[in-house]
Design a protein around this ligand. Structure first.
Ligand code: PXP
Length: 247
């Protein structure tokens, strides 16, 4: 079965917020993604509100007919917003104030009680809960103990190793292959525990194929590469091309 694609449209809001204006519309973006065949829409409501705003979540909840996945930190402020707006899914992610983007998976082991508490509150509001996590077997086991229904494996390391032509040769290729194996083992472990397994971060048209070949990974969350390509070919085509790359 082909893995699902949720398109992360944060960077449409990044352009809008560069001018603090009304365009480009993330609502239009969400509809185009859905019409191009995306299985869902993902957005990250950050504490600093650098791109997605609270009102975007409210509007997207009204408009998105496929699946709305909101990434957020496990804070009281964010949980309150989720419980009120009721996205289909929440993905708990770590957040530090000055990061350019999410810098790795959530440390569930080190923050177990906070994470478990957040998962319980979200599930009580009928929200499906995923945890963004490094491809680490112990972290995945703890995510299961915390009550998560899904883990999203952080592919940042894999993305880094496959970004340039270094990846095609010698040591670079070996490291990329070892990281692919680590992700595969993590996916199998998650599936064995009864978790749904997703993956994301830094994935591209070129590097998604090797991970799409791992049957345990049933969902991808991809943003930057799709939105980047959409500047040149349009969002509809950029989404369709990613769906083909996953297939
Ligand atoms: N998954 C998670 C949890 C993320 O934080 C991000 C980035 O917001 C993505 C997926 C998408 O990453 P990218 O924009 O690099 O495709």
């Amino acid at each position: 079965m082909t893995a699902k694609l949720n398109v992360n449209i944060d960077h449409v809001a990044t352009i809008r917020e560069a001018r603090k204006t009304i365009e480009p519309s993330i609502i239009t973006a969400a509809v185009i993604c859905e019409q191009a065949g995306a299985d869902g829409i993902t957005v990250h409501l950050r504490g600093d509100r650098r791109h997605i705003q609270d009102r975007d979540i409210e509007l997207l909840r009204e408009v998105v007919t496929t699946y709305l996945n909101v990434e957020m930190a496990a804070t009281d402020e964010m949980i309150e917003i989720a419980v009120r707006t009721k996205p289909d899914a929440v993905s708990l992610v770590p957040e530090s104030p000055n990061e350019v983007t999410t810098e790795g998976g959530l440390d569930v082991i080190g923050n177990f009680e906070v994470v478990k508490n957040a998962v319980q509150q979200l599930k009580a509001a009928d929200i499906f809960v995923s945890i963004f996590i490094d491809p680490d077997l112990d972290q995945i086991s703890r995510a299961k103990s915390a009550g998560a229904q899904q883990v999203e494996l952080c592919t940042a390391e894999y993305a880094e190793l496959t970004l340039s032509s270094r990846a095609a040769h010698g040591e670079g290729a070996q490291k990329a292959s070892a990281e692919t194996d680590r992700i595969r083992a993590a996916a199998v472990h998650g599936a064995d525990l009864g978790l749904i397994v997703a993956a994301g971060h830094g994935l591209t048209y070129r590097n998604v194929g090797a991970l799409a070949a791992i049957p345990e990974i049933t969902e991808f969350n991809i943003g930057h590469n799709i939105i980047s390509r959409s500047v040149f070919v349009g969002l509809d085509q950029a989404v369709r091309e990613m769906i083909e790359a996953i297939k």
